[in-house]
Design a protein around this ligand. Sequence first.
Ligand SMILES: Nc1ncnc2c1ncn2[C@@H]1O[C@H](COP(=O)(O)OP(=O)(O)O)[C@@H](O)[C@H]1O
Ligand SMILES: [Mg+2]
Length: 258
Amino acid sequence: MSLDLKDVSLKRNGKWLLHSVNWQVKEKENWVLYGLNGAGKTALLNMLCSYYFPTSGEMTVLGHVFGKEALGEKLRKKIGLISAGLEKKLHPDDRAFEIVLSGAFASIGLYESPTDDMREKAIDLLKAFGSIKYANRTYETLSQGEKQKVLIARALMNDPELLILDEPVTGLDFLAREQVLDMISMIASKPDAPTLLYTTHHAEDISPVFQHTLLLKEGTVFCKGETKQMMTSDTLTSFFNCPVEVMWRNERPHLIKL
Ligand SMILES: Nc1ncnc2c1ncn2[C@@H]1O[C@H](COP(=O)(O)OP(=O)(O)O)[C@@H](O)[C@H]1O
Ligand SMILES: [Mg+2]
């Protein structure tokens, strides 16, 4: 089991962000967290990475029981996280190659000397994702899509057991989005692939590698299960409280307001 959340609630600064979340994720199951802006997706992911501690309930992440041990770094070394929050912390004048390498130390910037193996691994990852051509460019000069690919490569440096992608394609143009989605499919297809968690508020960004979906609404699990059964016209009409139709194209759901 990768994740086991039983009745988990989270209160921050006097506000309840999550209410009684029950969620089990088995190893190698890839899940989407789908919900509107403000639903609590990022809050939930921050809790999984132990940036936030659950206010009540029981939570186990990658075998670590919250409340029994000091987690923090130990847990985060097993998790690759890509988020807007991380992006803001990066040094814009670091080169793409250094940013990928820094993933080996889970650090922002390179303060320790990387080994030859680490360098080789960073180069392999950049090559595998077609990013080697801009490996020596500074991060700030990359396009949004190139930046996102560099961040994903960085997250893979430590061979994480869990890869968390928080809105990795939001704000990307159509082609860049498709490239990042292809990259995610490639990662998921490897025999030693990590468990993937992916958040979005766009149905059409849900690729077929995500066979499970949790619908999150106002900090509450609206429902969860197989993506094909969650992303239906009926379920989403009651989820949004607004009549919608779901059309499937290329094994991806597309949403139309009726
Ligand atoms: N540390 C915090 N303290 C108080 N409120 C917060 C905090 N973090 C997030 N929120 C609020 O919690 C809600 C959920 O936020 P978030 O998890 O970022 O949503 P999502 O990622 O689904 O868009 C929002 O209303 C947000 O303003
Ligand atoms: Mg968010």
